[in-house]
Ligand binder design. Structure first.
Ligand SMILES: Nc1nc2c(ncn2[C@@H]2O[C@H](COP(=O)(O)OP(=O)(O)OP(=O)(O)O)[C@@H](O)[C@H]2O)c(=O)[nH]1
Length: 364
């Protein structure tokens, strides 16, 4: 289960992609029914003038917004409404802990992921590719772009496992195309929510109203409060695994960047609030996120204490290897980082203007 990292910072956005009918909406509804206390906003990207999917999405989401009349991942001019929408959702008063962005069955999920990663107030929490256990082999021949979508996903969900005798074959096919991503099998999209949703960490509980007031696309449907009233027991084939460290001191930038940028197989995402040891005796508090191709470092003005907390979440992980990688982050904290490691941190820092230089005394 994912540990509760008290991360402040950007709003996590998970892209849910998949070919037509694979089970995206089912998976979305499952997450809405099991939100782990998170207030979720759903953005549905539907083709055509009349959005159908929003009507099928359960109303237990904090808000469901539909963008219709085109594929916003393809519209790169100012009229694109994804960024303004994310800006609204990321506002403190919006009361949103996570965004689930359902891509149209025909959209390129990586284009959407890039749009999310470009937004300064959000962080890409990963790209989920849902595939149909029955149809995937056939779909790969008729729509070869699915191979690329699969190869670039961060988490592959082989859905409709109930309709095949043994999903192992399609799982192996997905693993061949993407050896790095965790591959989980589901019925009706019932993944372990801990893979995607954290216990809420953004401190701004409260104002649920702003979302309802946000004037969005005229096809936007309804806003209601999140609830977890479902008594359904998820049928899980693979549960989320997580490892975390809470280290009373700073972490070494080199091994940390290694972990964030070159994640071991099965590791879906990493997040944390850590003190980065930028010089002996001096550290800077930051929020780190890694999922997909995005690695993001946000410099904090201050941290609540001197503890570095890091959580790694995945499925099918080699926990021993992961533990070694996490241990390496604290073991090397007394060693001065190399110039290259500092440069790597700078490259990933969203607001490099904000004091990335080591302070004269330890932070916190
Ligand atoms: N038997 C079975 N049916 C499923 C499963 N998951 C989804 N379905 C059904 O498959 C159909 C498509 O599921 P959706 O969740 O709407 O799929 P989608 O990817 O959102 O579909 P589009 O939005 O049209 O691309 C629905 O009739 C679901 O009830 C599953 O695991 N097993």
């Amino acid at each position: 289960m994912a540990a509760d990292t008290p991360a402040r910072g950007p709003l996590p956005v998970t892209v849910i992609a998949g070919y037509l009918g694979a089970g995206k909406t089912s998976l979305l509804n499952h997450l809405l029914a099991h939100p782990r206390g998170s207030r979720i906003a759903v953005v549905v990207n539907d083709f055509g003038d009349v959005g159908i999917d929003p009507m099928l999405v359960s109303t237990s989401a904090t808000a469901v917004y539909a963008t219709s009349g085109g594929c916003f991942c393809c519209v790169l001019d100012d009229e694109d409404d994804l960024h303004p929408l994310l800006t609204r959702l990321a506002r403190r008063g919006a009361g949103v802990d996570a965004v689930l962005l359902e891509a149209s069955g025909l959209a390129d999920p990586q284009a959407l992921a890039r749009r999310v990663a470009e937004h300064p107030a959000t962080v890409l929490a990963g790209v989920l590719q849902v595939v149909d256990a029955v149809e995937t082999a056939q779909t790969l021949t008729t729509h070869p772009s699915l191979a690329h979508h699969l190869a670039t996903a961060d988490l592959v969900v082989v859905n409709k496992a109930d309709l095949v005798d043994d999903p192992a074959e399609v799982v192996a096919l997905c693993r061949d195309l993407n050896p790095h991503a965790p591959v989980v099998t589901t019925v009706e999209g019932r993944i372990d929510p801990a893979l995607v949703l954290d216990a809420p960490s953004r401190p701004d509980r409260g104002d649920q109203q702003l979302l309802a007031h946000a004037a969005l696309d005229e096809h936007a449907s309804h806003a209601s409060h999140a609830s977890d009233g479902s008594h359904e027991h998820p049928h899980l084939h693979h549960e989320a695994q997580s490892l975390s460290i809470a280290h009373d001191g700073p972490l070494a930038p080199g091994p940390l960047m290694d972990l964030l940028e070159d994640r071991p197989p099965g590791l879906f995402r990493v997040k944390g609030v850590v003190h980065l040891a930028l010089a002996p005796g001096g550290s800077v508090p930051v929020v780190v996120h890694a999922a997909g191709r995005q690695v993001r470092v946000d410099v904090l003005r201050s941290a609540p204490d001197a503890t570095s907390r890091l959580v790694a979440i995945g499925s099918g992980l080699d926990l021993e290897v992961l533990q070694e990688r996490l241990d390496a982050c604290r073991a090397a904290a007394d060693t001065a980082p190399s110039r290259e490691d500092l440069a790597r941190v700078r490259r990933r820092t969203v607001r490099p203007g904000r004091r990335l230089d080591p302070p004269s005394r330890p932070s916190a």
